[in-house]
Design a protein around this ligand. Sequence first.
Ligand code: PA5
Length: 450
Amino acid sequence: KGIKFDFTNLFKPNVNSGVTEAEIDDYKEEITKIIENIFEEKPGFLDVPFTRKWTDSVLDIKNWVQKFESVVILGIGGSALGNQALQTALNPLNYNSMSKEERKSPKVFIIDNVDPDFVSSILDQINPKTTLFNVISKSGTTAEAMSNYLIARGLIDTYGLNPSKHLLFTTDPENGVLRKIAIEEDIRTLEIPQNVGGRFSVLTPVGLLSAMAGNIDIIDLFNGARDMQKILNNKNVWENPAALNALIHFILNKKGFSMSVMMPYSNRLYLLADWYRQLWAESIGKKVNLKGEVVNVGQTPIKALGATDQHSQVQLYNEGPNDKIITFLKLENFERDITIPSIHSDIEALKYLGGKKLSELLNTELTGTEYALVEHNRPNMKIIFPAINAYNIGQFLFMYEFSTAVMGSLLEINPYDQPGVELGKKVTYALMGRKGYEEMASDVNKKLSE
Ligand code: PA5
């Protein structure tokens, strides 16, 4: 039961993948200490699968949520990417266009940008009278989430609807404007645990509400995360896939492998790579002061889709600069399959395809890509999903959160903050006329006009 990890392509004899078993062994003691520290210090995300509290808080309002025709999520970054990954992985790709009888649960839309064409295109698809808007913002100040809240609120008011019947806020238990509005206007809320940062919050009500709305089995998601947490409470790096994954990436990163590609061979798993991109980028891309010297660390996460990107990226991965480690996500059993018809059997270039399943073709292409990368001495590894289900996805998400924590310790950085996004945010506030930012606005305008 559960996902499997295949690191064998990295440690094949006669292949120079950039990392050796002996190098991993050199870090055995350090990794033991890092794992001990993580379990001792208990960063917020680690605690999430210890308690059913968060899952239950979402299940408690299931009857209310499921009555709506549509549920629209308004959030960005860590308050949206996990939701998208869960919906795409665990519901049919055409979920929102299925009939109500087939879906048996509300349509789920996720608005995670302030592009007016995009926002309008989603609002065109809903009827505010039968819609629940779930505003998700831990800080309750993020400009994108807040402006989309105001737009939803405008619709609710225009239609003369009762805000408390169409709004649900997922936010900090005490702070922020959403909490204030919720108290004043009796709007239902779900809590984001205070010690869990946005990009680590998919297994809290942040990700769970929309998952539950889409009828995803959130208890199994929780069970997968909880079981993975038990697997990761193992101080031996060779038996701890999250620690081994982090260490491999760390060793390669030090040698100039500055990019980490995640390449699912499954459209349903593709947005897991998007979720990973934020987790890895925002958590470990940092400026640090190491023994008096300022150093910039990080590894650029990239997403690619098999087989589509074989015709876009794989040339670069094989023959371009040897600076990437590639993690494939392989799906063993697809929920649906298609047999390619045997037509044109007199044409050799088509004959061999006839009678084969699409899943066999896709996974054979993965084998071909892996083989070529190994031949070119390009580091690659694989995570195998026997099937796509909530349990396996829960395992995957927790494993990467833990791996990010280990990578943070190896790099001696704080993986839970994001000071580098602050300046751009403040400049936006200043230029959009937010009170308190007048001085900054005049400085910025001066510099922009130089
Ligand atoms: O990981 C993070 O902390 C960020 O990406 C946040 O999730 C993102 O900036 C949105 O923040 P908030 O939930 O406060 O609106």
